[in-house]
Design a protein around this ligand. Structure first.
Ligand code: NAD
Ligand code: UDP
Length: 318
């Protein structure tokens, strides 16, 4: 505590701070000596993710839905509030668009009022089902505006538009990060994402559900690497707004992932095939040249090590 007084610590707001990524981010920001306010309405997040931080006097939790205005005094805002998995964001698609549009407007308004720096957790989904591979930030994307994923994809695209308009119109200091598939301990066990689904199925000896033929690809980033990238982006040179891709460029097919998880868990599960969901992107891999150049960031955790850590976590809760 004594050292802390000597620090020029910052007051940082993390929206969606009780979610998977947000909870790791709050923890790291506190470790770095900051004052952290976590705002969450527990739509997909849970107090369990942050209960270990509650004793810390520099951590505050506010139950609030960011589609309604919020008045706080902070120096920086990480805007992460939004359900991230297809099952959750398609459960109430109107609310998904609202959190991205109304929620972003409220957080941008807050940033403008208190002159705070604000980072948007955008997504590789802004590229849709990409016809350019790997995806670079200057690719405009291939998004279906009326499909089941549009509430999320178009919501996040509109949020990016709002961020850049607040930057141009009000000179706001913005940072936009396009997050690619991220995994790790504390993923929601029922959110249907591929890493958590496969691990839980493998640990329970149930069938591993591969959608389509399993030839579609994703690039999986371990959560610690993602948190490093988000913080480096927030602290990057003024004037560097992004958008910047943060993700692991090692690309795997979903079938390869299934086999890896079967081997690492020593499971006897069999692979079964299910229908491919609508508009499921065929391939995804970030080009991270920009992040390397501007943030001196690259992922440090290989898939096998990250999966082992994640499997350990799920062994304790399954
Ligand atoms: P998550 O669902 O675990 O966390 C989202 C958090 O936001 C939850 O705690 C939820 O309760 C909260 N929330 C939702 N609506 C809210 C509202 N209206 N007001 C306040 N809080 C609200 O998801 P995550 O994986 O931690 O993702 C965090 C952010 O990163 C999201 O914006 C997501 O779109 C983005 N992202 C994540 C990934 C990934 O692979 N995890 C990939 C791309 C982008
Ligand atoms: N997927 C799968 N089986 C599952 C869950 C997902 O084959 O049990 C596939 C899904 O169709 C997609 C990929 O895994 O091609 C990643 O899905 P996820 O929901 O994790 O993320 P996103 O599609 O948003 O990248």
């Amino acid at each position: 505590m004594k050292n802390r007084k000597m620090h020029l610590y910052k007051r940082i707001l993390v929206t969606g701070g009780a979610g998977f990524l947000g909870s790791f981010l709050c923890e790291r920001l506190l470790k770095n000596g900051n004052d952290v306010v976590c705002v969450d309405n527990f739509y997909t997040g849970t107090k369990r993710n942050i209960v270990h931080l509650m004793e810390n006097p520099y951590f505050e939790l506010i139950r609030h839905d960011i589609t309604f205005p919020l008045y706080l005094e902070v120096d920086e805002i990480f805007n992460l509030a939004c359900p991230a998995s297809p099952i959750h964001y398609q459960n109430d698609p109107v609310q998904t668009t609202k959190v991205n549009v109304h929620g972003s407007i409220n957080m941008l308004g807050l940033a403008k009022r208190v002159n705070a720096k604000i980072l948007q957790a955008s997504t590789s989904e802004v590229y849709g089902d990409p016809s350019v591979h790997p995806q670079k930030e200057d690719y405009w994307g291939n998004v279906n505006p009326i499909g089941l994923r549009s509430c999320y994809d178009e919501g996040k695209r509109c949020a990016e538009t709002l961020f850049f308009d607040y930057h141009r119109q009000h000179n706001l200091d913005i940072k936009v990060v396009r997050i690619f598939n991220t995994y790790g301990p504390k993923m929601h066990p029922n959110d249907g994402r591929v890493v958590s689904n496969f691990i839980i199925q493998a640990l329970k000896g149930k069938n591993i559900t591969v959608y389509g033929k399993g030839t579609q690809t994703r690039s999986f980033c371990y959560v610690d690497d993602m948190v490093d990238g988000l913080i480096k982006m927030m602290n990057s040179d003024e004037g560097f707004t992004g958008p910047v891709n943060i993700g692991n460029p090692e690309e795997f097919s979903i079938m390869e992932l299934a086999h890896k998880i079967i081997v690492l868990t020593g499971s006897k599960s069999k692979i079964v095939y299910k229908a491919l969901p609508q508009d499921d992107p065929i391939q995804r891999k970030p080009d991270i040249t920009l992040a390397k150049k501007h943030l001196k960031w690259k992922p440090e955790t290989g898939l096998e090590y990250g999966l082992k850590k994640t499997i350990e976590y799920f062994k304790n809760i399954v």
